[in-house]
Design a protein around this ligand. Sequence first.
Ligand SMILES: *Cc1c(COP(=O)(O)O)cnc(C)c1O
Length: 346
Amino acid sequence: MTAPLRLRLDAAALVANWRTLDRLSGAAACGAAVKADGYGLGAAQVVQRLAAAGARDFFVSNWAEAVALAPLGVTVSVLHGVRDEDRGVALTGIARPVLNTDAQVARWREAGGGLCDVMVDTGMNRLGVSAAAVTGGLLDGLRIETLMSHLACADEDSAMNDRQRVALAGLAGRTSARRLSLANSAGVALGCGYAFDLVRPGLALYGGVPRPDMAAILRQVVTPQAQVLQRRRVSTGATVGYNATWTATHDTEVAILNIGYADGYARGFSDRGCARVADGTALPVIGRVSMDLIAIDVSAAPGVLEGDWIGLDFALPAASAACGLSQYELLTRLGPRYDREWVSGA
Ligand SMILES: *Cc1c(COP(=O)(O)O)cnc(C)c1O
């Protein structure tokens, strides 16, 4: 059975983005954040492609995500660490926990857990043990692979970036950690001083552009496509969609597509989104985005018929500006109703 909507996923672009981030990171290793099902693309498919390209370190949020990747045999770190409930699965060794709190450190010690990662807070005040606790000996005796921290403002030119970098650098040699890691996607663009031994991009792998200076070097990976369910003529003065927000100022050819906000095609694209046929002709979204449907003006595309596939503009910075959702939300809301089709683009 094929779905009436699909994600066209460009495998070559995904790998090219990883290589670009790897190159920008100098001697540091380049891993990949694949939490939230690979930001909506499908974690297993992303991991297979990036592992084949040379990525060795993958990051998920929780143990269910790690279990799903276990058959692939890659090295996975679980960013949210070990709750009491996770002890059993964590001790199977399918992934390393990233210990975030004093209690998690104690739990891992008592459980006799092996190699782990540790998150240290350097100012974001989200997850992580304090730097003072680390220098005070909290981690003594633990076998640590990566001591990491996370940047709060890497997508901005904020003085906080350098403060966080200095704080992590100050912990070099203070633990058993073999590696230090700080940068997410935006952090990679801050320069090699931020790369330490391992970078952890997510968004940029998938075509998100966290800083304008990265726009020219990253490629779009995801394009939603939907099938035409009906083509109709809307006469001058008639309206389209919920609340009749769009009125035809002239007789208009309209196509109804099999995609809506339940598929992550945000309601903010109402009257603002754009579809596109193969020759590049732009077909604006008209009226409200419904749960499962949108309407587009196909007056410029007389050849579009019921059953045809139409692509939706999804260059992430522009799409984010158009609909008001962040690039992260645009990706992670892409739902389960799509067929996910990997292609090797140009
Ligand atoms: C999600 C996440 C990343 C990746 O961030 P991007 O901004 O998507 O590159 C890296 N590190 C941690 C700790 C994260 O939670």
